[in-house]
Structure formats: C-alpha cells, structure tokens
Design a protein around this ligand. Structure first.
Ligand SMILES: [Zn+2]
Length: 212
C-alpha cells in the first residue's frame, strides 16, 4: 500500500488527516492563534490593520519554527498551500470582491528557492475562501541581502522604496488582503500597504502563518 509517508516531526506513519506532512498529535502541540483572541489584537497593533488570518506563534520547542523554516527553505510549495488551506478553515473569509496579494520575494531569491512561500500560502487560502490571487500587484524593486541582522530603525529605512505596486486598472481600485509567512515588526506590511495605496488600492489587512 502506498502510504502518505512519515510525520516530518515525530516519524509516525501519516494518515489522511495530516497537514503539510505533520501528524495530528504533533499539530496539537502548536501554539495556535485562533480568531478573536488577544494574539489577534497584538498582531493588529504590529501591522496597524485588520488581521484576517493568523496560524500560530513561532516556537522552537513546539515545532512551529521548523514548520515555517521547512515551508520557506524546503522547496515544497505544496506544504505552503496545505498550511494556507488549514488556516483558512478557522477564519472567516475577507469580503467578496477582495483579492489576495502575496508579499513578493525578489526574483533572485525566488529563483534560488524555486517559489515564493507567501504565494504558496495564498494558494491554500484562496481555495477555501474562493478569492482570486493577484500576484502581479506588488513587486520588489531592489535586492537586499538580509534584513535579519539590522536594527528595527535600519530595517525601516532600508525597506523604504523596496516595493512597488501596479496602478489601478479599468476595474478600479482593488480591496487587498496581503499574505505573508511571518509577522515580526509589521514593517514589511506597512511598506507594501504604502506602495499599494499610492497606486489607489485599498488595503483591508493581512494574513500571516506565523507570529514571531
Ligand atoms: Zn508527528
């Protein structure tokens, strides 16, 4: 019999209720961030906008750090889609007429990884919420080697001008929900939002798999 493989975290044989290669008992350890709790207010404070979806807190001991790392660097776009699908089931869909816009990677980074993890996540969300994805709405206009080492202030200034949006077309402004893998300071979200609003789009808020 062809199995589904082994749980990537604990090694037991997977059954149909796996999510992105993780068995239910491993998943029950995840520090989830369900809709309507304090974590949602914290995330909203960081990004300055409405939170339309939040998966879990990043935690090394409870396995979620590894889940995000594997989604980003493991070259498994289907894991990102599965996680988006899993998350969307617990969150009400954004209003009809809104579009999902994944935060873009620079093309060089995307070429190296083979895909954009945020785009993969958006794919899973879109299938449950029945919303379109507009992945041409935003683009990176400048390559940055790494943001992780810089201070918050340095990061903000270096991010200035790194995203550009396409102007509204004949259909008019889009109601955008941004999709990204991890919410840290909210700086990336704010930059994307500014770029989109500069071109006349309306940003309703964001969705993140992990809260750092
Ligand atoms: Zn497991």
């Amino acid at each position: 019999m062809m199995g589904l493989g082994l749980c990537w975290q604990c090694g037991v044989a997977l059954t149909l209720n796996e999510v992105a290669g993780i068995c239910p008992p491993c998943r029950w350890a995840w520090p989830l961030l369900p809709s309507g709790q304090a974590s949602q207010a914290l995330a909203a404070l960081r990004c300055g906008a409405k939170v339309w979806g939040l998966g879990f807190r990043l935690c090394g001991a409870r396995g979620t750090d590894a889940v995000v790392h594997r989604m980003k660097y493991g070259a498994f776009p289907e894991k990102g889609r599965a996680l988006g699908h899993w998350m969307a089931q617990d969150w009400p869909a954004p209003p009809p007429g809104s579009v999902l816009v994944p935060v873009p990677l620079h093309w060089r980074r995307r070429a190296r990884r083979g895909f954009n993890p945020s785009r993969a996540l958006a794919g899973g969300l879109a299938s449950v919420w029945s919303l379109p994805i507009h992945d041409q709405a935003l683009r990176r206009v400048q390559h940055l080697p790494s943001l992780t080492a810089s201070t918050r202030a340095a990061r903000l200034s270096v991010l200035e001008g790194t995203y550009a949006a396409t102007p509204v077309d004949d259909d008019g402004a889009q109601k955008v929900v941004l999709v990204d893998d991890v919410l840290t300071t909210g700086a990336t979200f704010r930059m994307c939002r500014r770029a989109l609003e500069k071109e006349g789009h309306e940003v309703l808020g964001g969705v993140w798999l992990g809260l750092a």
